[in-house]
Design a protein around this ligand. Structure first.
Ligand SMILES: [Zn+2]
Length: 100
């Protein structure tokens, strides 16, 4: 079982968490200025990297905070976990509810 280091609660089993989203996706600052193809790309298309990846996780059965992890998608090693406010994140994923 993978242990995920919640920045507030410390290492906990992965069953306490819910994956939220790719933390590298940037919401267009002015959605009305992008093309339909660019908006579709933002909404639906994600990379599937083999290696290090920044992800948003939600501590569902713990503190109910969203945070960012830097996780290796092959080994599941987690190099860092920090609150979303530490590095700036897209506006779409910084509220309490997180991504849909
Ligand atoms: Zn927590």
């Amino acid at each position: 079982m993978m242990l995920i280091p919640c920045p507030w609660c410390g290492p906990r089993p992965e069953c306490e968490f819910e994956y939220g989203a790719d933390a590298t996706v940037q919401r267009p600052e002015d959605p009305s200025s992008v093309t339909d193809d660019e908006w579709t790309e933002y909404l639906y298309f994600r990379d599937n990297p083999k290696g290090w990846h920044k992800e948003l996780w939600f501590h569902r059965t713990g503190c109910h905070h969203w945070f960012v992890t830097e996780r290796h998608t092959v080994t599941h090693e987690i190099a860092a976990a920090y609150p979303p406010s530490d590095p700036p994140l897209p506006a779409a994923v910084t509220d309490e509810e997180g991504p849909e």
